[in-house]
Write a protein that binds this ligand. Structure first.
Ligand code: ATP
Ligand code: MG
Length: 666
């Protein structure tokens, strides 16, 4: 075991197995390293890998952790180890325990888009009047309640609470769950069924959680339930990196732990192994402007490093072009690989221009957390068919493809079918076979509907019997999906691209089918996994290879890169305008802190003097965070320092000089 690769505090965190452990420490101090080494240590101590689960929040982070574990432990001994997101664990529990929760096999998982559609559907038939514009807000509220472990009957008499009740009932009827249910339902199950909980406690005997600061109440409850009174867990986190307040994450969970587990062992790590002293100093200075739960000081044994460059650009076009050029130039001068570089930004929409600029300069890149593969209409169509194969009661999927490709089942028909199904409390699929339908729809129409349902049922049967992929390919052939894409495309190139997406999806499905465990219904398992992948990170696996990383600050959590460009450092972008309006800057500052602390060797910040907003060029102000950084460590390129900042820098430089003079004078 490689305990020698750890410092004394890290070693203490790894070796403490009889008490719950909280590691609280700043960025780059080796928290994730504690988790991976502790997994190895536990296995060395004789705990079988299948009894250990390491949890985190994004697929990307889970993948990264898996990879790091792979370097420490050989595959055989790691067999059965769970390294996943909270939500995949929840899904695993739901899939295995669906009966206990009153679900049928073949659960559908709704994403945010589906959720809103379902709410619209419910609102349209509700006796209470709901304004369509209010629905996204209600959806948010419902999600918030679920993350806070509040059930419909506890939600009070808010209008959204009315919807919440019906929404949950509909989900059940459709044999569907939403993203938040993946955590909420296991918690409810465990609370109500001690024998089920015991089974899971016996299976998962040690839990490790990375990025603990991002857990919400429901997730915390799940952790407590699974680890029981013994509190066999290690959680690691950094309150300064809590950036998911909008998902109900509570840094207070750190304090709560202390209250709930009096034997909690708290370990702080203070050495940073990632960044140069200067980058660390800048990060520390910035975050000092936020209030703190735990005081931390970080130090690095690496050199002080290059100054942090601040580039001022004319507008966002120039920013993208010049960033790409600067990166190329830097790589040329320093050697190294494209994968040593990351361009980080606050909002997804900033990515497009950088993509274009990188492509123009022939720089390979991958985009993470951007325009989703799963957001393409053709991918959504095929996924909807797949969803229907495992769960014909999935109304959202039914509505999407009942008339795609066209089969003369128009919106008017679907509307009538919908209100009939709602009245009868059955799914659309089931409604197609009900006698009562003859009173509102003509025979021909009913024939068409039943023909479609029969077809799906037939494909599903055959797919279950074997050679699943071939059956699905044949299904697409029969419905003429390829021709449908060709007819709908604006030009041949667009058609090629879309069809290729469909092919990619099928390849992906093939892999998941292979991975599906024996004994599971493979199609069912594969499709459920596909749906979760879709919702969780919405990226394609293009990250391998020598490519520049292009991603949001949120997606960059836990990662590190030798060279980082943090772009769009302007008021309104970072901090984001919404946060400025709400006077809630602290979370934005934490985001900026996350960005800065991704950098190992060099950090380049940039902002634009002008930017297009709502079709108009407007003047921009440099981000206040630029002013909060230690000015003596910044090197302004293309423009002299901000007037304020310059004054401050001069002041600070003078102070530094004075200190040296005084020191030398004894
Ligand atoms: P973040 O808060 O950004 O997630 P972290 O605290 O999880 O950071 P890690 O990613 O675990 O930090 O570690 C940062 C870097 O430092 C990694 O490259 C890791 O391998 C290295 N590192 C951590 N601990 C040590 C150590 N004791 N000796 C040498 N390198 C270390
Ligand atoms: Mg980490």
């Amino acid at each position: 075991m490689k305990l020698a690769e750890l410092n004394p505090q890290q070693r203490a965190a790894v070796k403490a197995v009889d008490t719950p452990v909280l590691v609280i420490a700043g960025a780059g101090s080796g928290k994730t390293r504690v988790i991976t080494h502790k997994i190895a240590y536990l296995i060395d101590q004789g705990l079988a890998a299948r009894h250990i689960a390491a949890l985190t929040f994004t697929n990307k982070a889970a993948r990264e952790m898996k990879q790091r574990v792979g370097q420490l432990i050989d595959g055989n001994r790691a067999k059965g180890l769970t390294v996943s997101t909270f939500h995949s664990l929840g899904l695993d529990i739901l899939r295995r325990e669906h009966k206990a929760l009153g679900f049928k096999p073949g659960l559908s998982i709704l994403d945010g888009h589906d959720r809103l559609n379902l709410l619209k559907e419910i609102a349209a038939h509700h006796e209470q009047h709901f304004h369509p514009d209010d629905l996204p807000g209600h959806a948010q509220k419902i999600s918030g309640w679920k993350n806070d472990l509040i059930l419909p009957e506890q939600a009070g008499d808010d209008p959204a609470a009315l919807l919440y009740r019906d929404y949950q009932r509909c989900l059940k009827a459709y044999n569907a769950v939403d993203f938040d249910d993946l955590i909420l339902l296991p918690v409810l199950l465990f609370q109500n069924r001690p024998e089920v909980l015991e089974k899971w406690q016996a299976r998962l005997r040690y839990l490790l959680v990375d990025e603990y600061q991002d857990t919400n109440r429901t997730q915390y409850r799940l952790l407590c339930l699974l680890t029981g009174k013994l509190g066999r867990f290690t959680v690691v986190g950094d309150d300064d990196q809590s950036i998911y307040a909008w998902r109900g994450a509570q840094p207070e969970n750190l304090v709560q732990l202390h209250r709930d587990f009096p034997r909690l062992k708290i370990i702080k790590l203070e050495q940073n192994y990632r960044s140069t002293g200067r980058i660390l100093k800048a990060a520390n200075r910035l975050i000092a402007n936020n209030p703190h739960v735990f005081e931390k000081k970080l130090w690095s044994q690496y050199g002080f490093g290059d100054p942090i460059r601040v580039l001022a650009h004319e507008d966002e076009f120039a920013e993208a072009r010049q960033t790409a050029a600067d990166l190329l130039h830097h790589k040329f001068r320093n050697g190294g690989r494209f994968s040593d570089y990351a361009i980080l930004y606050r909002s997804n929409h900033q990515a497009r221009l950088f993509e274009r600029a990188l492509r123009e300069q022939r720089i390979p890149y991958f985009l993470s957390g951007g325009q989703s593969f799963f957001n393409h209409a053709e991918v959504k169509d095929v996924v909807a068919y797949l969803r229907l194969l495992v769960n014909p009661d999935d109304d959202i999927a039914f509505l999407r493809v009942a008339n795609t490709p066209k089969r003369e089942i128009g919106p008017a028909t679907l509307e009538k079918l919908g209100s009939y199904a709602q009245k009868r409390h059955v799914s659309l699929f089931a409604a197609c076979y009900e006698m009562g339908l003859t009173q509102i729809l003509g025979d021909k129409t009913i024939d068409r509907l039943q023909h479609f349902c029969d077809f799906l049922g037939d494909v599903a049967d055959r797919a279950k019997r074997g050679d699943t992929l071939a059956v699905i390919e044949e299904m697409l052939e029969t419905i003429g999906y390829r021709d449908h894409l060709r007819d709908a495309a604006a030009n041949p190139k667009q058609f090629e691209r879309r069809w290729e997406n469909v092919r990619d999806l099928l390849d992906w499905l093939a892999r998941l089918l292979e991975e599906a465990e024996d004994g599971d219904d493979p199609l069912n398992a594969a499709i459920t996994k596909l749906m979760l992948l879709d919702i969780l990170d919405r990226t394609r696996d293009e990250e391998a290879g020598d490519r520049v990383a292009l991603m949001t600050l949120h997606a960059a959590k836990g990662l590190e890169f030798p060279h980082v460009y943090l772009v769009g450092m302007e008021e309104g972008l970072l901090p984001h305008q919404t946060s400025i309006d709400l006077d809630d800057i602290e979370e934005e500052r934490r985001l900026c802190y996350v960005g800065i602390t991704r950098a190992q060797k060099t950090l380049t910040l940039s902002y634009c003097r002008k930017r297009r907003r709502y079709g108009e060029m407007v003047d921009c102000n440099p981000s206040r965070f630029l002013e909060e950084l230690p000015q003596e460590d910044l090197e302004w390129v293309g423009k002299s320092a901000l007037p304020e900042a310059e004054k401050k820098a001069r002041g600070q430089a003078a102070l530094q000089q004075l200190k040296t003079i005084l020191q030398e004078a004894g």
